[in-house]
Design a protein around this ligand. Structure first.
Ligand code: DGL
Length: 266
């Protein structure tokens, strides 16, 4: 039994897609979620900047006594997950490998799209991981910076004209590729899954946050790191930017009583 909290981080509300799944799978675990909203978006940054941001987040969560780390950010997972693991010295997991394996297991026609941030698309990490899971699969990637600001602002509804326009522009390069599976390669994007499905009808969406959480739960079990509690885990969100706007968006995306969620300045 290990009562220490688990550590999860992302640039903002996107990693809550992983947190909401973790809360379902492991309701007895305490979670420290670091939302680096002072530096969001990560997706337009270069590898050097991403390494520095990942190192700072890792140091913070390790300093607070995390027992394992879930990097609930596609951009960090694609560009410098190895460095995070090494620096933390803890069991850890990113979102690229689990989501890629899920995509390879889902596609029927062997044509998979990946919609991500620009930095993730540049890294080629999803292509490599999907092809490692199924070498005949054709992968079509596209990076966009249009969707993260909308998710951060809690705007995800397809009836919102700005959302509809941004989503349609974001998926346009993937529309004529004949894909049957689309990896939402940025953890913010599952928050817009309803709108993205409207724009890509008939295509199965893979939620990177959810897949990362499922893999991470197995890692905790394998390493004997579970708390042994069946309920009552506390979720504490540490926010580097504006606490109030994070709380407003989190209230939209977390299917639970926000009174039970602690939101603090990082
Ligand atoms: N949610 C992150 C990702 O999965 C970061 C998005 C961003 O800050 O640009 O890539």
């Amino acid at each position: 039994m290990d009562l220490r909290p688990i550590g999860v981080f992302d640039s903002g509300v996107g990693g809550l897609t992983a947190v909401r799944e973790l809360r379902k799978l492991l309701p007895g675990e305490d979670i420290l979620y670091f939302a680096d909203t002072a530096n969001v978006p990560y997706g337009g940054r270069d590898v050097g900047q991403l390494r520095a941001l990942a190192a700072a987040a890792t140091e913070k969560l390790c300093g607070l006594g995390a027992k394992a780390l879930l990097v609930a950010c596609g951009t960090i997972s694609s560009n410098c997950i190895g460095e995070v693991g090494k620096a933390s010295g803890l069991p850890y997991c990113g979102v690229v490998l689990p989501a890629s394996r899920a995509a390879a297991g889902t596609t029927k026609n062997g044509r998979v799209g990946v919609l991500s941030t620009e930095a993730t698309a540049r890294s080629g990490a999803f292509e490599r991981a999907i092809k490692a899971a199924g070498e005949d699969i054709e992968v079509f990637s596209y990076g966009t910076g249009l969707l993260v600001p909308l998710a951060e602002a809690g705007r995800t509804d397809y009836s919102d004209m700005d959302v509809r326009e941004a989503v349609n522009t974001a998926v346009e390069p993937l529309r004529d590729k004949g894909i049957d599976t689309l990896v939402l390669g940025c953890t913010h994007f599952p928050l817009l899954a309803g709108a993205i499905s409207r724009a890509m009808e008939g295509v199965t969406l893979i939620d990177t946050g959810e897949m990362g959480a499922v893999e991470f739960a197995s890692i905790l079990k394998e390493n004997g790191l579970l708390s042994g509690r069946r309920a009552g885990g506390v979720l504490t969100c540490l926010v580097s930017g504006d606490k109030r706007s994070f709380a407003q968006s989190a209230a939209i995306f977390l299917p639970e009583d926000m009174g039970s969620v602690r939101i603090e300045n990082a």
